[in-house]
Design a protein around this ligand. Structure first.
Ligand SMILES: [Zn+2]
Length: 279
């Protein structure tokens, strides 16, 4: 059995809404051998569902819930989930994170030595259960995407790969005053604002190539990392690129020659638990 004394106090950048504000505190225990059978049984789940289940197992406390159920974990914003996964990674495997990337310009393998702590962002000042953004004379109200939204998107995308983004926006846009239907420009504005409000959802590092001098950015989160080109941002845009790739269209995400960079940080946890990495 896992003793309470092995749990570590951690904080989330956003937090959960409670009656008188928000709670950013949580307690996590490391991934242990007892999780192995569960992880093996979870092979059929989408990655976002597996993250939910893994967090629900390892969270000893989440704000007021001790312990939280799957439902409470699902309602965490994406950045909070990413922060908790990074903490879980640190607690289980240590703070050091060695990545091997390949330069998109020259293909050179580049080592990147990070500390998990460097990837964790300070508390969000602009935190609220609901936000809004002005677009072309209308005001669009929305909330940040949660694990629940991404799980719904994953289920929709399994049926129709083009449906993930629509599902996330439909669920997260609460009202668009002055419009019957959300135009593409408004959807993009909402997606961009979501990324600003929840930066932990996608930590982006600026990476210079030591060989050819090319500068590129690397996205590091609790479950994966990838190079990307300037101008692309937010998990909604990632979903779009993912959908494009699924349809066989060219995408700038994850160069096909670069299998190493698609390696998952969560795979490290699976490996630590004695399991082969997810395929
Ligand atoms: Zn290079």
């Amino acid at each position: 059995m896992v003793g309470v004394e092995t749990a570590a106090e951690v904080t989330m950048p956003g937090g959960v809404a409670v009656d008188d504000g928000r709670r950013r505190d949580a307690a996590l225990r490391p991934v242990v051998g007892a999780d192995e059978a569960f992880l093996l049984d979870a092979e059929a789940l989408a990655p976002v569902e597996r993250s939910t289940a893994l967090l629900a197992r390892c969270l000893v406390r989440l704000g007021p819930w001790e312990p939280p159920g799957d439902e409470q974990v699902r309602w965490l914003a994406v950045g909070d989930r990413e922060a908790l996964l990074l903490h879980l990674r640190r607690l289980t495997l240590g703070d050091r994170l060695e990545l091997v990337l390949s330069c998109p310009a020259c293909g050179e393998a580049l080592g990147l030595d990070l500390r998990v702590g460097e990837l964790l962002l300070p508390p969000y000042e602009d935190w609220a259960p609901e936000h809004s953004v002005p677009v072309d004379g209308m005001r669009v109200r929305f909330r940040l995407p949660t694990g629940s939204d991404l799980e719904a998107a994953a289920r929709a995308a399994a049926v129709d790969p083009g449906d993930g983004v629509r599902v996330v926006l439909e669920r997260c846009v609460l009202a668009a005053e002055g419009a019957l239907e959300l135009p593409r420009a408004a959807a993009d504005a909402v997606a961009a604002r979501m990324a600003e409000l929840d930066p932990q959802a996608e930590v982006v590092l600026d990476m210079p190539c030591a060989i050819c001098g090319h500068r590129f950015t690397v996205t590091v989160d609790g479950t994966r990392r990838r190079e990307r080109v300037p101008g692309e941002h937010t998990y909604v845009h990632q979903l779009r690129a993912f959908e494009a790739a699924t349809r066989g269209e060219p995408t700038n995400l994850t160069p096909p020659t670069d299998s190493i960079t698609t390696m998952s940080l969560i795979d490290d946890i699976y490996t630590a638990a004695g399991l082969p990495p997810r395929g």
